[in-house]
Ligand binder design. Structure first.
Ligand code: GRF
Length: 213
């Protein structure tokens, strides 16, 4: 089985879509080994408990520096045979120690079409607010590999959604979650779990795509 560690900080919508895709059999060779939350009392943690997944809170606020936080994360995952780390609404930066250890085995989902509306400070409702202020007619979501910068590693999958004149950041966030994030995150896990991705510099080559409908 292909073993995931899912890192969360909030509502856990994306965690839930992976849980559902495992339960429904789309991710038939995948097991969510554990969930790590960067702060206590998140709804993502409730979702993990409900699904019977081992859950750890590794509270970023309790660590004064990045190296110590990385070491704790590495310790928590050690011996669990993790194949892929999925950042599913994880609000903390990972340091070089962690990224080197899991090189090309960490993905993140970001709620815009990277390279638009991404980078430091663009999380939560802000990418949607920025998309509305800019006046784009399309936005969406991106799954990418993680390197040491914010939202900057090679792109694995993207999906666009329309922006409407009547949108608020909240409405746009809901549409991006429902129509883009929910689809491409399980799809990305599928591709990696089935060895269908090659990284070539900044580009990824997808060897075969299966539809998740
Ligand atoms: C999502 O919009 C995701 O793209 C971003 O953070 C949000 C997390 O939401 N990285 P949730 O915790 O999955 O509900």
């Amino acid at each position: 089985m292909f073993r995931l560690a899912v890192f969360v900080s909030g509502g856990g919508t994306n965690l839930q879509s992976i849980i559902d895709s495992v339960e429904e059999g789309f991710l038939s060779n995948v097991v969510i080994d554990c969930v790590i939350a960067s702060k206590p009392d998140t709804y993502a943690e409730v979702r993990a408990h409900n699904a019977g997944i081992d859950t750890f809170v590794v509270n970023r606020k309790e660590f004064s520096d990045q190296t110590e936080y990385d070491s704790e994360l590495i310790d928590k995952l050690s011996g669990r045979g993790i194949d892929l780390v999925v950042l599913a609404g994880f609000m903390c930066l990972l340091g070089s120690e962690f990224i080197r250890k899991y090189k090309n085995r960490i993905i993140n989902i970001h709620p815009s079409l990277i390279p638009a509306f991404c980078g430091h400070g663009l999380y939560g409702l802000r990418p949607h607010q920025a998309a509305l202020e800019y006046g784009v007619k399309l936005t969406g979501a991106t799954v990418h590999f993680v390197d040491e910068e914010y939202d900057s590693g090679p792109i694995l999958l993207q999906k666009s959604v329309p922006v409407y004149d009547t949108d608020t950041p909240e409405l746009l966030q809901q549409r991006v979650m429902a129509l883009a994030e929910k689809e491409i995150l399980p799809q990305a896990v599928y591709l990696l779990a089935n060895n269908k991705v090659k990284i070539s510099g900044r580009r990824t080559i997808i060897l075969e795509v299966q539809n998740n409908d």
